[in-house]
Write a protein that binds this ligand. Structure first.
Ligand SMILES: O=C(O)C1=N[C@H](C(=O)O)C[C@H](O)C1
Length: 290
């Protein structure tokens, strides 16, 4: 199981490869994950936003977790599984199930849509962490419809079994406040454009969809900063900006899947509804970037 001190570096939230008919494509999945590890990823996140979690069935989650483990375990790299929903009871069941599947930790998003109170959200995490599988909280207000107050984040991070947080809050203010107030649990950047800024403010790494493409360059940004080579790290990050901008020009992971399919990492760019394939215009821009 994943320990707090090992939640650092580049965790890659993987796509869920699908065949052109929409079925799960496990044949693409294993070599694709293996390549990410060879390129230096510190861990893998299955069934996250980038993995199209809302459309992935429990059976598919189990198959993806097993396939990811078969590649990651021999390399001693952790597999994190997205288990958060907007219903506490089903989040607890899914997190416990991920534990049975051999996941090293669960990524639990703030319960979306219902707009619960801050107390309700803390209790949601208490129950998820009660399953015994280490929990990484996931703050992404643009998707959930509710924003965590800094004190709420601190209360969640104080819970036994919560080992850190993925911060996609849309800026570095939360990160700075956590650092100011002496938080010691790892904060991973979950908003690619802020990766370098958040590392400079004390983030322990990133869970970044763009790191699917230039994995070793993201690792380099991280490593250089850890070695206090600020200018080199900033320069490395700047070279990644055009990629990051393109990947988030339309809803993630459609541009990413298109790019991965185009470069042969997965067989098809199929994406499940209601997400739609990338526009022709963006395809042209991605081709030029390639
Ligand atoms: O799947 C993830 O984890 C990520 N999701 C974010 C999103 O799509 O909003 C982006 C981030 O890079 C990782």
């Amino acid at each position: 199981m994943l320990k707090e001190q090992d939640l650092r570096g580049i965790y890659v939230p993987v796509v869920t490869p699908m065949r052109a008919d929409g079925e799960l494509d496990l044949a693409s999945f294993e070599p694709y994950v293996r390549q990410l590890l060879e390129d230096g990823a510190n861990g893998i996140v299955v069934n996250g936003t980038t993995g199209e979690a809302p459309t992935v069935t429990l059976e598919e989650m189990a198959a993806l977790t097993a396939a990811a483990r078969s590649v990651c375990q021999p390399a001693n790299k952790p597999v994190v599984v997205g288990t958060g929903t907007n219903d506490t009871a089903s989040t607890v069941r899914k997190t416990a199930f991920a534990g049975e599947l051999g996941a090293d930790a669960a990524l639990v998003v703030v319960p979306y849509y219902s707009r619960p109170s801050q107390e309700g959200i803390i209790e949601h995490y208490r129950q998820a962490a009660g399953t015994g599988l280490p929990v990484i909280a996931y703050e992404i207000p643009a998707r959930t419809g509710v924003r965590l107050a800094p004190d709420t984040v601190k209360a969640i991070l104080d819970l036994d079994g919560v080992i850190g947080i993925k911060d996609s809050s849309g800026g570095i203010e939360l990160m700075l406040e956590l650092a100011r107030s002496g938080n010691h649990k790892p904060v991973l950047c979950g908003e690619d454009i802020y990766f370098h800024a958040m590392l400079c403010s004390g983030a322990a790494g990133g869970m970044l969809a763009s790191a699917n493409v230039r994995t070793s360059s993201f690792v380099e940004v991280y490593e250089q900063l850890m070695q206090d080579r600020l200018a080199a790290s900033r320069q490395s990050f700047l070279t990644l900006l055009p990629l990051i901008r393109l990947l988030f020009q339309e809803p993630n992971p459609a541009p990413l899947k298109w790019l991965l399919a185009r470069q042969g990492s997965i067989a098809s760019d199929h994406i499940r509804m209601p997400l739609t394939p990338v526009s022709e215009e963006l395809q042209q821009q991605l081709s030029s970037w390639l």
